[in-house]
Design a protein. Structure first.
Length: 835
């Protein structure tokens, strides 16, 4: 917040127009002589315009460009609500009509100026001058990117910025956003590798997702489905915190990804409707609606997304089992999977300005998913009575999630230096699943080898997450800031498994899990000229218990851990910056991974939980160099213990493989990434990143020693070509070199997308092709103990699509204050939101 006074020319011989502190925004005034001369000129001007009965002015950016769509409100110290409000026009000009406003000598009047991307500004006005009407000199707003606490990319088309403790991506600024969803936008963040439910950061798994800064109860698959239903233009920003500060939960060994949904910024009604048709092997449809309403003291934003997806995947799996003193056992299988899904998500945000110093925000999230996945497979074997097996697995899954968050925030002083925020949240998830698996066994001649199996498997999951938090922050004039807070969360999960079969003994499982987490944190930031330091400490006390009476398993444990964080940033020169950070993190076992029940897929594939899993701890050190706010070189090293990863074992002497979570002794990870945003010409710009990782997984499993070492790399590159004022072409994609996650090794894969966008008035027409060369193909191998498994999966990623977007508002906006109304006309909404 900036308060302007001293560098403003006076309106009379006795008093300045503005009272308060000076602001460097008006740096064009250099000395007293010039000040006096300008005063005389303005006095003459104001005398001629005295009958105007209005406040006029012009807003510009630091580059002296017009600031469009900024809110300018006339208020007073005893009248927190605005008397009148105006928005700056295309040339940056604004005018507030003073007609019918009773200007009182006893009140101090102010202009409040708020523009997206700029610091909020308060200008004190002299009452005597206000009665005659004012025409102010040009007001130069200060970009938020000039804060020393961050190094931001502020060019119009640049979407990525770096703060001392996080990366910030504004995906709506991405020229390639037309053909992407929110999840795919993650690849625009340095070091992030996103592929379906699998996501890693700098070669590490264990990502924690937040929505509007809050943890959700959704499973990894559910939250990915939710994000795939969002378009980049519905997201304000995506934050990547590889070393999250003490304010955030210590959960997540790779990083925290926080998705901030966009709130309405236009006054009156505004909205956007879009529909997208996709065609691969099968057709899909994606639709979204955004509606916003904003007036003085109240703001509402609604999102509604509905998707009907229809896709396929097929693949080959080869297994080889080494038998001591006998020939190897081999299993070769192929499968075909059809995926039919319907997703409906709704997000509602309400913001109330209770008074000039306090706000209340209420967010509501609702998500419903329904998936039908029929899978047909054939497995050929070289041993046993059956020569091959045919399996039909029909799985139906539903997921219903809702969340409610209320946040009260208050400024504890008039300078807005002390702030208190109290929040309460509830998330709930219901996730029933049913699979009907039919197995038929045949000899080589086609005759039946044994009685067919018919298995009916049900899994009903219910989960609740409750949260309470209180946060206090204090910011001083010298760049110092203090943050401290308390948080409590309660996680409750309950799952019921049922296994009915004509050949296998019936099984039932009821697993209950509860977890309480108490946390307190303290963080302090201060600056010494070009040096900025930030230190934090978070303590978490965790208590959990679980029980499965059928298996006779009981879990009950408590532990307390401290998680320190440290950051340093130094501005070497005007164009070169350096930063470094350290953090300690934890990954707690998911309750699904603790449940010992065995889940059946087919005669040769099972998964089961491990109630003996321990938390995974990791330390991370990272350094970074930034050049011209456009190029970033990041290098880091992390080391962890009790690494949680997927392991496999053979089910006795038969051919079935059991997949479960286990702890390895340690993990080492060395990584580096170089990223940048380049403007070659006015019509051609590019964003890119190159990532390198060296992963080492070591530990003992049964009688075997695991020592998995692999180097990997990836390249992301996106080009945008502006062909005309209303037509653009985008070409972008990525390629992953050989990589490793735990005991799994992945081969090279990639993807190339292309799209066109044509704008016509309030419409945008977009069309393109994803995965042009059909190269996004997952090939992974696992070698452990006496088994080797290779999987080659092909998905229906190559798809043509077309999308139509209609943006609208109520064009003539009326802002009411008692019986007074001011009418203002608007043209394009986006140009007033973004500068």
């Amino acid at each position: 917040m900036r308060n302007i006074s001293e560098h403003i020319p006076t309106c009379s011989n006795t008093a300045p127009i503005y009272n308060g502190r000076s602001c460097s925004s008006f740096s064009f005034i250099r000395n007293g002589a010039f000040y006096s001369f300008l005063t005389v000129i303005l006095l003459a001007f104001y005398a001629n315009a005295g009958m105007a009965q209005s406040v006029k002015g012009r807003l510009t950016s630091p580059a002296n460009l017009a600031v469009v769509g900024a809110e300018v409100q006339l208020t007073s110290t005893k009248h927190p609500a605005a008397y009148r409000m105006a928005l700056s026009e295309d040339n940056g000009n604004f005018e507030i009509n003073l007609k019918d406003i009773n200007i009182q000598d006893s009140l101090q009047y102010q202009l409040w100026i708020h523009a997206i991307g700029f610091e909020e500004m308060i200008i004190d006005l002299k009452t005597t001058s206000l009665k005659e009407g004012l025409t102010l000199p040009t007001i130069n707003l200060v970009s938020r990117s000039q804060n020393l606490s961050e190094v931001s990319v502020v060019a119009k088309k640049k979407m990525l910025s770096r703060q001392i403790d996080r990366w910030v991506l504004e995906p709506y600024k991405n020229p390639n956003a037309a053909g992407m969803n929110a999840f795919e936008s993650f690849r625009l963040l340095p070091g992030v590798n996103a592929l379906d439910e699998k996501i890693s950061v700098n070669g590490k798994s264990g990502v924690k997702y937040l929505i509007n800064g809050r943890t959700t109860i959704m499973s990894g698959a559910n939250i990915v489905d939710f994000l795939k239903g969002l378009k980049p233009d519905q997201i304000e920003k995506i934050e990547l915190l590889t070393s999250p500060p003490a304010k955030y939960s210590a959960e997540g060994t790779a990083a925290i990804i926080n998705i901030e949904l966009k709130k309405n910024v236009l006054n009156g009604f505004s909205g956007k409707l879009s529909t997208q048709y996709e065609q691969g092997k099968y057709a899909s449809n994606r639709n979204s609606a955004t509606l916003g309403y904003k007036t003085l003291g109240f703001e509402a934003t609604s999102y509604l997304n509905g998707n009907l997806t229809n896709s396929l995947s097929d693949g080959l799996e080869n297994r080889t089992y080494t038998n001591i003193g006998a020939a190897d056992t081999k299993l070769n299988a192929d499968y075909f999977e059809r995926h039919k899904g319907s997703t409906l998500s709704y997000f509602q945000s309400l913001a109330f300005n209770l008074n000039k110093s306090s706000n209340l925000n209420i967010d509501y999230l609702l998500s419903y998913d329904r998936d039908i996945e029929p899978v047909s497979s054939r497995a050929d074997l070289n041993s046993g009575d059956a020569a091959y097996t045919l399996t039909q697995n029909d799985t139906k899954t539903k997921s219903f999630t809702y969340g409610l968050t209320g946040t009260y925030s208050a400024d504890l002083d008039t300078l807005k230096k002390n702030k208190l925020e109290v929040s309460a949240s509830l998330f709930s998830n219901r996730n029933p699943r049913q699979s009907v698996v039919n197995n038929q066994f045949f000899r080589q001649d086609g005759s039946s080898a044994q009685t067919a199996e018919l298995n009916d498997i049900t899994n009903n999951f219910n989960g609740n997450l409750y949260g309470l938090s209180a946060d206090y922050s204090n910011k001083s004039k010298k760049g110092e800031s203090l943050e401290l807070g308390l948080k409590y969360s309660r996680l409750e999960n309950r799952s019921n498994f049922g296994f009915l079969s004509n050949n296998i003994p019936n099984q039932i499982n009821e697993f209950r899990y509860g977890e309480d987490n108490f946390a307190a944190y303290l963080s302090f930031t201060f600056k010494l000229k070009k040096l900025e330091l930030k230190f934090g400490l978070r303590g978490e006390y965790t208590r959990y218990n679980g029980a499965d009476p059928n298996e006779g398993v009981t879990l009950d444990s408590t532990y307390f851990k401290l998680f320190p964080t440290a950051y340093i940033a130094y501005q070497i020169s005007e164009n070169i910056g350096f930063s470094a950070n350290y953090s300690k993190r934890i990954l707690r076992p998911d309750f699904r991974d603790l449940n010992p029940f065995r889940y059946y897929f087919d005669p040769y594939s099972y998964t089961e939980g491990n109630p003996f899993l321990r938390p995974y701890f990791i330390d991370n050190i990272e350094t970074e160099l930034s050049f011209w706010d456009s190029f970033y070189l990041t290098m880091g090293y992390s080391f962890g213990s009790n690494v949680i990863t997927d392991l496999t074992r053979r089910n006795g002497s038969d051919l079935a493989v059991i997949v479960f979570k286990g702890n390895l002794a340690r993990e080492r990870n060395l990584y580096a990434n170089l990223s940048g945003q380049s403007d070659f010409f006015k019509w051609w710009n590019m964003s890119w990143s190159i990532n390198f990782n060296r992963n080492i997984f070591q530990g003992d499993y049964a009688q075997y020693r695991i020592d998995n070492k692999i180097s990997s790399w990836s390249l992301n590159m996106y080009h945008n070509f502006t062909l005309s004022k209303s037509l653009s072409f985008s070409l972008g994609g990525w390629i992953n070199g050989p990589s490793s996650t735990g005991i799994d090794r992945y081969r090279t894969m990639g993807r190339l997308n292309a799209s066109f966008q044509k704008k016509y008035k309030a419409f945008a027409f977009q069309f393109g092709v994803n995965d042009i060369f059909n190269t996004q193909r997952e090939r992974v191998s696992t070698s452990l103990s006496n088994q080797y498994i290779f999987l080659d999966q092909r998905h229906d990623y190559r798809r043509g699509w077309i999308r139509v977007v209609w943006s609208f508002d109520n064009n003539k906006k009326w802002i009411s204050n008692n019986k007074n109304r001011t009418k203002k006309n608007f043209d394009d909404d986006e140009s007033r939101i973004r500068n």
